[in-house]
Design a protein around this ligand. Structure first.
Ligand code: 13P
Length: 283
């Protein structure tokens, strides 16, 4: 059933858990994510980033995502990840997305606030949830630079007070893509932000973060965790393994293996994000 992201974030907060936001660029990913959510009886978020539209056209992907969410036996929100333009936010809302992110994190604070407030008007007109970002996610170059690019707690507070967003993505040493070095998340910064900012926090760059660190971020107020690269890697590996095994598998057999690889990867992450079982039962 299709729901807003706000509902899922509130539910996650009540359970001291995080909801997984899984990126979808293929039909196999959409099917695998929904399958894992249903099997684990856990709500999930299907999301797509604007930067990927050249590969996964929005007008083709969006109806598949929205319909998959409507058909699911568990609540599923459909979210625009890293929206760069207000026009894209509006397109997402018209295509039935229940949640949008406007990413003004590259802009000076005041400009980010102005852009976010415009996106808020668009989202509010449709009853959709709004996520924004403050600080720059990225940088696995070393501790010094990591701390420099982290969200400043006082800026996060000013941003949240002036925009009243539903969810705020923060930079605490996390980065998109595969990490070259194990990430060193700055939990002290996360804690300072959590202690003042009144909305749920979002952790981007989930691929490669240890399960123990996920749990620590959840304890410190993270309610949404984004996973993209791990799903792309799982699909690539599943296709390669299937073809390597020989026997000339059909396209449909390869596709099914990719779907199952996504489902397994998502289910493992859901087990961590639900914050119920000890990690020893998952790893
Ligand atoms: P990863 O590709 O590192 O999992 O990051 C996903 C993400 O944050 C999408 O916004």
């Amino acid at each position: 059933m299709l729901c807003t992201m706000k509902e899922l974030l509130e539910q996650a907060a009540r359970r001291n858990a995080a909801v997984g936001a899984f990126s979808t660029y293929t039909m196999e990913a959409v099917k695998g994510i929904v399958q894992a959510a249903e099997q684990t009886q856990t709500p999930a978020i299907l999301q797509i980033a604007e930067s990927r539209f050249p590969y996964a056209p929005f007008e083709l992907m969006a109806p598949m995502m929205v319909n998959a969410a409507k058909k699911a036996s568990v609540p599923v929100a459909v979210h625009l990840d890293h929206g760069q333009h207000l026009e894209t936010v509006q397109r997402a809302l018209e295509l039935g997305f229940t949640s949008v992110m406007i990413d003004g994190s590259r802009l000076p604070l005041e400009d980010n606030i102005r852009l976010t407030l415009k996106a808020k008007e668009l989202a509010a007109a449709r009853g959709a949830t709004l996520e924004a970002e403050i600080g720059r996610v990225g940088g696995d170059e070393g501790m010094g630079q990591v701390r420099d690019s982290c969200t400043r707690p006082e800026e996060a507070l000013a941003f949240w007070r002036q925009t009243g967003v539903d969810a705020l993505a923060v930079a605490i040493g996390n980065a998109h893509g595969n990490y070259r070095f194990a990430p060193e998340l700055q939990f002290d910064i996360l804690e300072k932000i959590r202690n003042t900012v009144g909305c749920p926090l979002v952790l981007h760059g989930g691929t490669g973060i240890s399960f123990a660190d996920f749990r620590r971020t959840i304890e410190l107020g993270v309610r949404k965790i984004n996973i993209a690269t791990a799903l792309l890697d799982a699909q690539r590996k599943a296709a390669r393994d299937c073809l390597k095994e020989g026997g000339s598998p059909s396209y449909f057999e390869v596709s099914e293996r990719m779907t199952q690889a996504v489902a397994q990867t998502v289910a493992r992450h859901i087990g961590v994000f639900n914050n119920r079982e000890p990690l020893s039962a998952i790893e």
